[in-house]
Design a protein around this ligand. Structure first.
Ligand SMILES: Cc1ncc(COP(=O)(O)O)c(C=O)c1O
Length: 462
């Protein structure tokens, strides 16, 4: 790297805040010079395989030409106009969405982030359900980085928000549909899906519940695939109790788990869906709050208390229609379907070779490797409270992977395997080879047992 670049980066970190970290850890971010396909390139032109699609958002990989062209055209034609006007960008984005959305989920509010899409959903819920206002979320969840988003987030980031007293009132947390570590200590097949039944109990005991918000497959907090009965039963519980079901498909949407949206695995219709990330391949910032007809009808007379300068932003929206057509074209080749099966098989084989892998679970191109110290007891290297406080084993593994030329996102207990949908079998092999080496740092510290790892996703397929 050029010496003056070192100085510029030093100056950069002096003058900017790094996200989600104590600022002493924002001193030398890796400089990325370029990115194309499934690779990014560092300052020395070293290719780095992207095994997490950045933040599980660039589903079509880097530098998709069709999307870029559409954004450039829009920038030349009309980069901004206020949200009150109809534009070609808004028309084409809306038409493209209507053409793919599940029937009955087809009225949109366009904002600029997944967090905003969820805040928008919360505001609609509270207007629609007034005077009921309570929101049930789950402990293993992330719904956004603002005051409202963090309020109904279960992960450790909420703890910090609560301490700083900036959460909203009226959120309750339900147990997770997390079979590998069942919160009820039960086993799938004999459990009566207590994780869903308990929500019914909560709604009845809490009173004033307006909605439950869930990620159909939990994203950052574990790629937790629920048992097959869970989501249909949750829908039923919502209907029986007159509570809205909000599905956050910010990360799981846009073919990440196989179908267009994760809820389609279980044929469940939410009252409100939120999405972002893959709807523009993350090339432009868009969040979408999507409602069913009953919500849409309500706002015919009621004032929708939402809007901001960048709502319906034409430059941002210009990436939606080409992203959808590019995703459909890719799906028609059969590559993502074939490679997701290959990836699943390779991850199970990886588990056979590495004692530090406690559980392998996921769907499509969305997988978790849960890292444990002891397979038998499922003891972890780090607990949830270690996040932001202690060095984490998962970060150590991801750091090793980066040294070996692969980017993979880590959370406090898992690695997030979520390559772009354009990834080939050869590139999966490349990623698995890196993981084979990187996981050794954890293998060296495991307590040996003769127990096998778990494959919760495979259990549900039987
Ligand atoms: C499930 C889920 N919801 C909401 C968000 C927030 O989206 P954004 O970061 O675009 O605000 C995320 C981000 O990762 C997410 O995974």
């Amino acid at each position: 790297m050029m010496p003056d670049m070192e100085e510029r980066i030093r100056s950069l970190t002096e003058h900017t805040y790094g996200t989600w970290k104590a600022q002493k850890d924002w001193k030398r971010p890796l400089y990325i010079k370029d990115a194309e396909g499934v690779y990014m390139y560092d300052e020395n032109d070293r290719p780095i395989l992207d095994f997490s699609s950045q933040l599980m958002c660039s589903n079509l990989g880097h530098k998709n030409k069709v999307i870029i062209e559409a954004i450039v055209k829009q920038a030349e034609k009309m980069p901004y106009i206020a949200p009150a006007f109809a534009t070609e960008a808004l028309l084409s984005a809306t038409e493209a969405l209507v053409s793919v959305m599940p029937k009955g989920l087809d009225k949109f509010f366009f904002s600029t982030a997944g967090t905003e899409a969820n805040e928008g959903a919360l505001m609609m819920v509270r207007q629609y359900m007034s005077p009921n206002y309570k929101i049930i979320s789950r402990y293993h969840s992330y719904h956004g980085g603002t005051i409202a988003g963090l309020s109904f987030t279960g992960d450790p980031r909420r703890w910090y928000a609560e301490r700083a007293r900036f959460t909203v009132e009226g959120v309750r947390f339900a147990p997770d549909a997390y079979c590998y570590r069942c919160p009820f200590g039960l086993k799938y097949g004999e459990c009566g899906i207590q994780c869903a039944e308990y929500v019914d109990y909560m709604i009845k005991e809490e009173g004033n519940v307006a909605a439950i918000i869930i990620e159909p497959v939990v994203g950052t907090n574990g790629r937790i695939v629920p048992p097959p009965e869970y989501l249909p039963r949750l829908r039923q519980i919502c209907d029986e109790n007159g509570v809205l079901l909000v599905c956050d498909e910010v990360m799981t949407g846009w073919y990440r788990t196989g179908p267009l949206f994760a809820i389609q695995h279980w044929d469940v219709m939410p009252d409100i869906m939120t999405t972002a990330k893959g709807c523009t391949n993350a090339y432009t910032p868009v969040g979408i709050t999507i409602t069913s007809k009953k919500i849409a009808d309500f706002f015919e007379e009621e004032t929708l208390i939402q809007g901001h300068t960048y709502a319906f932003h034409p430059l941002a929206l210009s990436a939606i229609a080409p992203s959808i057509s590019e995703l459909q074209k890719l799906n028609a080749t059969g590559l993502p379907q074939r490679v997701s099966k290959y990836l699943e098989k390779k991850l199970y084989e990886l588990e056979d070779r590495h004692e530090c892998i406690g559980d392998v679970r996921g769907l499509g191109h969305f997988w978790a490797l849960e890292i444990v110290k002891n397979r038998k007891t499922k003891e972890q290297f780090n607990i949830k409270a270690d996040k932001f406080r202690k060095p984490l084993m998962t970060d150590k593994i991801a750091g090793e992977a980066m040294k070996l030329g692969m980017y993979i996102v880590s959370w406090w207990d898992t690695l997030i395997v979520a390559p772009p949908l354009i990834t080939t079998e050869e590139q999966v092999d490349e990623g698995i080879a890196v993981l084979d080496k990187a996981l050794l740092v954890a293998d060296q510290e495991v307590e040996h047992t003769d127990s096998a790892g778990s494959r919760t996703s495979a259990v549900f397929k039987k």
